[in-house]
Design a binder for this molecule. Structure first.
Ligand SMILES: *Cc1c(COP(=O)(O)O)cnc(C)c1O
Length: 379
């Protein structure tokens, strides 16, 4: 008989999710910005020390709010790593921006800060970066470049919640930052996100954009006596049912992170000899970065070796997956003029990276099976 399948990811209850959802129904308030949304805001603000956090329907939508807040318009340029999720670039493309793709560093797979200045023009409005796998980008240099050229920094921190760079929380460096609570992220409510605002100049307009372009948030606080249409916007509020689920996960974040750390370190320790003798590279986490334990990846020596390992694991019921395809060579991304060979690190890494099953509910026995199966493999 075949052993049961080990998925790449599986969500699990980690605390009082169902109890809190039940409470929202008992009170009968399940729209956005009710009790649990506010609890999520406060928890994120207090834990990270950000002056304002707003939960949203998704990280993609939080990125769209960023693009609206920066008044991104046709012909503005936004620099983004080509090794990133579609939404990282798409939220800005949606407003007509021209996406200028940059390459990544071969060690952390983060935006290569040394390639930034050559890409800046008089039209550059923003740099949107990803803290890949929850390991911080080089925020010292990126922040300095942003200030020097008057360019806003947006952190797509979907992988990096509760990670740190030089002792400072990821998500607190850029003018704006976004989080994802999608099923595949460390902390989840199925579909959801958050906007973190580090520059208070954006507070009022962010509330308006998130509330369909109305000043309804001010109305609820009694600051105006009726609410009306004051700006562009959309419906970016998370339902309190999901916020209840999310809060139950957020309030136990240290135990989620501790579990993920154990799983990550076990992979790293038990695959280290195998990786050295087989020309496989394990993740690199610089000393000044406290990672967020979002994923565990392997860099195989070649595309062929990666295919073979995926197949080898699949034959044992283990699901391992590759990650981002280079955005500059995607069907839509090609319109920004990219050609194969333009961003060599992105193109190379994208072919060779493999992510192993990694989630809180992964049992020790199942992780053992994954490790054993990987070790049997010779690229
Ligand atoms: C998951 C992810 C997103 C999108 O998150 P959603 O909440 O699904 O919209 C954006 N950027 C990165 C880097 C991600 O990993």
């Amino acid at each position: 008989m075949l052993a049961p399948e080990i998925p790449f990811n599986r969500s699990s209850l980690v605390g009082r999710e169902l109890e809190y959802i039940f409470q929202t129904m008992t009170v009968g308030q399940i729209a956005g910005d009710r009790t649990y949304s506010k609890k999520c805001h406060t928890l994120l603000e207090r834990t990270l020390g950000v002056q304002k956090a707003l939960v949203t329907t998704s990280c993609t939508h939080a990125l769209e709010i960023c693009a609206l807040l920066l008044n991104i318009q046709a012909d503005d340029e936004v620099i983004a790593p080509a090794f990133a999720f579609v939404s990282t670039a798409n939220a800005f493309a949606l407003r007509g921006a021209r996406i200028v793709f940059a390459d990544i560093r071969p060690d952390t797979l983060n935006l290569d800060e040394k390639s930034l200045e050559a890409r800046i023009t008089s039209r550059t409005k923003a740099v949107v970066l990803v803290h890949y796998a929850g390991v911080g980008c080089e925020m010292d240099s990126i922040g300095a470049i942003g200030r020097l050229h008057g360019i806003k920094i947006i952190e797509d921190n979907a992988h990096g919640l509760f990670g740190k760079y030089r002792g400072q929380w990821l998500g607190t460096f850029g003018e704006l930052a976004v989080q994802s609570f999608h099923e595949t992220k460390n902390i989840t409510c199925g579909e959801g996100g958050a906007l973190l605002i580090n520059d208070p100049a954006y507070n009022e307009r962010a509330e308006i954009i998130r509330e369909k372009g109305t000043n309804r948030s001010k109305f609820f606080r009694g600051q105006v006596d009726k609410y009306t249409w004051v700006d562009v916007g959309s419906s970016y509020l998370m339902s309190d049912v999901l916020a209840a689920f999310l809060f139950a996960q957020l309030e136990v974040w240290p135990s989620i992170q501790a579990r993920r750390r154990l799983i990550w370190e076990r992979y790293a320790n038990e695959l280290s000899d195998w990786s050295r003798t087989n020309d496989v590279r394990l993740p690199i986490v610089p000393d000044h970065c406290e990672q967020a334990y979002h994923m565990f990846y392997l860099l195989l020596p070649s595309l062929t070796a990666r295919h073979a390992l995926i197949a080898h694991l699949a034959a044992q019921g283990i699901l391992a997956v590759f990650h981002y395809l280079p955005l500059h060579l995607s069907k839509f991304g090609l319109r920004y003029g990219g050609k194969p060979g333009d961003l060599p690190v992105t193109e190379d890494i994208s072919d060779r990276l493999l992510r192993l099953p990694f989630f809180c509910a992964l049992t020790d026995a199942d992780q053992e099976r994954v490790i054993e199966a990987v070790r049997e493999f010779k690229p």
